[in-house]
Design a protein around this ligand. Structure first.
Ligand SMILES: Cc1cc2nc3c(=O)[nH]c(=O)nc-3n(C[C@H](O)[C@H](O)[C@H](O)COP(=O)(O)O)c2cc1C
Length: 280
């Protein structure tokens, strides 16, 4: 494939979204490692301001990274994928992070890009940690910090595998085997059926002191300052950032999540917020 591109003159742009830090951690590792081989590797947060047309035209390889949300890309990334311009045979690399299993999310979300002329080259699923414990429907807890070290070691090996495959110009597409496809179909179906039962939206409680962290960091500007603290609007894409990182644990999914011992908040691979982009 692109093995013939002169690596020193090659520009790779990786567009990414990360709600709670897992994908940010993975793309930072990927970019750091690719930089040893390629002349110009840049990370672009989908939340930042950038000129998509210019960035894509100027790049020899395009990368896309996002978390798995019930075997779908988060809404912000779906919009980004739809808006990508046509290409003539640009290699496409992609990664998704998941709490357990990503299924066919990359293939499902990015297949439209083949029609636009991109060449899928490396699509990898990376398991890091679960950032959501739904009181209703899912008994699955968020991943505890003591489990993360092992997971991150494995995740880094997966990133190494990606880098090796990219530099070799070889092909590696995960999630297209029948089992991955089936898992994806089942997860999307369950999510569609039960979304309105399982999640009624976030609310802020009496612990909110109006610090504005969530207002500043909500990727879709869905939270506004209010006399009572904050007001949460109806365009949430369930990235879990406000809920997990509120300094006062004042954002709730239901009354039950006030019990922060049971419903622990997920603090990402570094135990703190690492997505360095600020949306406002
Ligand atoms: C709405 C939602 C749906 C999710 N669905 C899945 C899923 O289907 N499979 C899975 O393994 N993890 C799932 N997760 C966990 C995330 O994919 C995982 O924690 C991801 O690494 C978070 O990345 P981020 O920190 O970059 O946002 C889901 C998380 C959310 C918030």
């Amino acid at each position: 494939m692109h093995g013939l591109i002169n690596r020193k003159n090659c520009k790779i742009s990786i567009f990414y979204f990360s709600g709670t830090g897992n994908t940010a951690w993975a793309v930072n590792k990927l970019a750091e490692k690719l930089q040893h081989y390629y002349g110009n590797v840049q990370l672009i947060s989908c939340e930042s301001e950038y000129d998509m047309m210019t960035e894509v035209e100027d790049s020899d390889i395009i990368g896309i990274a996002f978390p798995t949300h019930s075997s779908l890309a988060p809404r912000l990334c779906q919009d980004f994928i739809k808006a990508l311009p046509k290409s003539s045979c640009k290699p496409l690399i992609a990664l998704t992070t998941a709490g357990y299993m990503a299924g066919d999310v990359l293939w499902h979300s990015l297949k439209s890009l083949k029609e636009k002329g991109y060449l899928p080259q490396v699509f990898c699923n990376i398991t890091i940690g679960n950032n959501m414990h739904l009181p209703i429907l899912s008994p699955l807890r968020v991943t505890r910090p003591n489990k993360l070290t092992k997971r991150l070691n494995k995740a880094e090996k997966k990133v190494d595998k990606m880098v090796h495959t990219i530099t070799e110009g070889a092909l590696l597409i995960e999630g297209i085997k029948p089992l991955g496809r089936l898992l994806g179909v089942i997860q999307r179906c369950i999510a569609r059926q039960f979304k309105s039962i399982a999640f009624k939206g976030f609310s802020s409680d009496g612990k909110c002191n109006g610090c504005g962290w969530c207002v500043k960091h909500c990727p879709v500007h869905n939270i506004q300052p209010d006399t009572k603290g904050v007001k949460i609007l109806d365009q949430c894409m369930l990235c879990m950032r406000c809920y997990n990182y509120c300094p006062n644990h004042a954002i709730q999914m239901t009354k039950r999540t006030k019990n922060i011992k049971k419903y622990k908040r997920y603090k990402g691979p570094e135990g703190k917020y690492i997505n360095d982009h600020i949306s406002h």
